[in-house]
Structure formats: structure tokens, C-alpha cells
Design a protein around this ligand. Sequence first.
Ligand code: NAP
Ligand code: MG
Length: 515
Amino acid sequence: MKVKAFKNEPITDFSKPANLKAQQDALKDVRKRIGKTYEIIIGGKKIKTEKTFSSINPSNTSEVIANFYKGNKELVEKAMDTASKKFETWQYVPAEERANYLFKASEIAKRRRFEINAWMILEGGKNYVEADADTAEAIDFLEFYAREILRYSEKQPLIPVKGEKNELVYIPLGVGVVIPPWNFPFAILTGMSSAAIVSGNCIVLKPSSDTPMMGKLFYEIMEEAGVPAGVINFLPGSGSEVGDTLVGHPKTRFISFTGSMEVGIHINELAAKVQPGQIWLKRVVAEMGGKDCIIVDSETDVNNAAIGVVQSAFGYQGQKCSACSRAIVDKAIYNEFVKKVKEEVEKIQVGLAEDNFRMGPVCNAKAEKSILEYIEVGKKEGRLIIGGGKAEGNGYYIQPTVFADVAPTARLAQEEIFGPVLTIIKSKNFDDALKIGNNTKFGLTGAVYTNNREKLEKAKKTLLIGNLYLNRKCTGALVGGHPFGGFNMSGTDSKAGGRDYLLLFTQAKLMSEKI
Ligand code: NAP
Ligand code: MG
């Protein structure tokens, strides 16, 4: 099978009036369809239950985007049975055929791009470009993993053994449970799910309860692409009920999770317990939180570094696992840096995602409450530079907030806040900055701004960070170019969007024939 070389999907340029209008029209169109109720889908059959839950627009909390029937324990059984049955045949579908479903899905997602963006803007509170980048990343995952399974299905190199014909193939694992977060609601869900099925596994997909519509759109797209019923089973429901039951199920072969450290630890523990009838150890891929830092050295352009920090800290309201939440700044340029950050943050306007404000709302009421509590902690632990409370509007709006003079061991410098709060820490020198940078249980992303080559090399060697960027911001990883995943409590370093990723969804089988 001949395919073109992989290329990242370009981001839409919304400064072009035609693109802006296309997005606004898609929003109008999607608006006509909000508030509907959607079924659970198991083995291609739509199922209603007694309870429903609502996906709320975080920009305007009086608005229901969609309702979903809520999964329960009985449906977990049904979904696991259906997926296990389907796996008996799906595992033998040739890799080329499976790759083709992803190529088709990518075409459909490209065609429906503005519509997907529109649902995401309404359901997730992203501005146009953030939503568009999310959809583009999902397209990239489809294109990338389709090519990857073709690569893994080629003849694998082995050292020849005399008198034998030896062969190694990558086979799928079985039934996987896919549990994505809400913050890259289309990209991560699509990446985790498509990698699992293209490798020959069947899945039960439990979308985040904050962004179930994104899961529904993914299901529709895969269905239109021709993926057979039962390969993907769509089971919305609560993390603690449906999620736990899925993770604990004896037929679950692997769990692909992205979300918070707390839930990741819990899933890892639950999955480790072998259940009656279970004949394997479950594989857990858990990508978790971060407390990402940007080190700003004395030998750098302070303005440029401040702009990079502000973009990394406040893009999508600071709700990226890769967001900069700690700026570690050399004392020689500290005051100048703090002043410049303040000037940059003053420019940020907060408002409706639908009206394409640079900053929209945070994702839900629980997040809003927790972030506001951290802001109160910050008022005791540091010096408030700007922001410091709720912003106006009928949604979960929070002012972009900056604290300076925070100790490296303070809560604000150690705990993941996951909102628009930046902590600035003063360092004595570059070595001190590296030490502060590594003084965390997380290790996801980070960046270093310096013109000094030796310092860059030292940072490359010593910082324990999964995705380390030099003289650029620490968000915006590209599929293929920047495989993504962190160390320590940031997760299992799965490197999504990289050449190692599909190994996590497969197992190698060696066959040796005497000739
Ligand atoms: P979360 O609260 O941990 O939820 C993630 C998913 O887990 C949701 O689908 C949730 O379902 C489910 N869940 C909750 N409790 C569960 C349980 N007991 N058993 C099984 N599943 C359960 O995380 P989030 O708020 O969605 O996402 C934000 C977090 O994700 C941040 O910490 C961020 O750093 C991290 N993240 C990491 C990466 C990475 O690559 N390392 C990427 C993106 C995000 P419900 O919605 O129903 O509760
Ligand atoms: Mg919501």
C-alpha cells in the first residue's frame, strides 16, 4: 500500500474573513442542533437508560449543549461482552484495511472541521484557533497512526539463524478501555481511540463527562468511515461508576487513560488487582498532570521570553497539561520580566468563547471553585501582580492571574492548579533555576530561554522533563515532530504522536520454523 509522507494538518488562518465567516456560520448551524439527547452505543445499537446527564456550555451556564443517557454497571457488562466477541474477528482484519478506516475518518474530519470546532467552542469553551488546533491534531493522529500500523505490519528485522525461518509480528492485545480528559476533547480522545483500534483492539470508550459531545462526533465519524459495529463501544457515564467498573473488569486487557494524577494513581491501583477469571496483568497507559516550568535566564531577550511565558500560561485558560505554571526567573532580570508579564497579561480579554475572546471560561463549576481557592492560597504565598478573582459573565470566568515572589516549595509552586494562574519564582543563577525546575513530582513539559549554548546543553542534560523546549514556548506539541508524554507523576511517558506509541497497544509474537 502506497501512502504519501505524513504532513501536519495546517491550522486555519482566522485573520482571513472567509475562514472567520465559515466558523461563525458553523456556530450558527450547530446552535440549531443543541440540547438534543444522545444514546449509548454498544455493538452499533443505540441504548437508553433511566438517567441522563447534561453537557453545559461553560461560557453560558444556562445553556445545555447536549444530554446523554448515563451508562451503568449492567451496560459495562454488555459493552465488555460485545467488544470481546467482536475482537474474535477484528484482530484478524488486515492492517491495511484498518489503516484505511483511519484515512477515511481523517477525510471526514477535514470535511466537518468547522462543525467539530463549533461544538468544541460551545462545549469546551475554546476560542476559534484553540478549537481548530485541537481538530487539526486529531486529524494528525488519524493520519499518523494509520501510517504507523502499516510500518509495524511490515517484515520486522531479526538476526538470521541458520536452518530456521524466523518471523516477528505485532498482534493486538484485546479489549481496551479508553478514558480521555476534557481539555483536548477531540484530539486526545481521537488519538487514544484510533491508536487502539488501528492496532486491532476493540474498545469501550468512556468520554469525559464534561465533553461527551466530542466522543459522539468521533463515533459518528468512525461509523461513516465504515468501522464495523462493536469495534468502538460508546459508553458515557460517571468516572467513579462506569470508569471504575470498566477498569476493574476481568476482560479488560488494557487501559488507556489521560487525566489527573489522582485518577491515574487510582486506576493504576485498581487495574493491578487480578480479578477471578482474569488471565493477564492489565496494561495501564496513564498520562497525567504537570507543573510545567519555563526557566528565564539572565542572558536572554526578556520581552520575548515574557511573551512565550504568557502564551504558555494562559492559552486555553491555562488548562493544558503542557501549560507553563511556574516561571523561574534569574534575579538579574526579575523585575523587568515581572513588569513585562504584567503588560502582556493586561492585554488579555476574557469573555464568550463563541465570540472568540482570547481567554474564555474554565471548564466547570468544580474547576472554577478549586482555581479560586488556589488564588486565595496564592495571596498568602506570593505577591499578586494582576488578576486575583472571578471575571464577569454568566460562565466560569476567571481573571488571568499572576503571583510573583513565590517560594519553590510553596503549594502554588508544587500543586497542579489547571487554570489561568502563573507563579513566578526568583532564581539566584542558572544552576539554581535548574534545581528549582526539577524540584517537583511532575515532569511533563518545560522550556528554557537563554542565548548561552553551554547553559542550553546543561539544561538538556539535567532537566527531567518529557517534552523540553529551548527558546520557545512549552505548549503546542506537533504530532510526529514532538512525541508527547511526561516522566514521574506526569505519567508513563507514552509519547503520543511518536513512533513508540503503537507498541503500547500491541504485543510481539515470534515464530521460528525449522527449514
Ligand atoms: P480527570 O478528572 O482525571 O478525568 C479524566 C477522565 O477520567 C474522565 O473521563 C473522567 O470521567 C475519568 N475518571 C474520573 N474518575 C475515574 C475513576 N474513578 N475511574 C475511571 N475513570 C475516572 O482529568 P480531567 O479533569 O478530565 O483532565 C485534566 C487533567 O488531565 C489534568 O491533570 C491534565 O494535566 C491532565 N492531562 C494530561 C495530559 C498528558 O498528556 N499528560 C494531557 C491532557 C490532560 P468523568 O469526566 O466522568 O469524571
Ligand atoms: Mg461543559
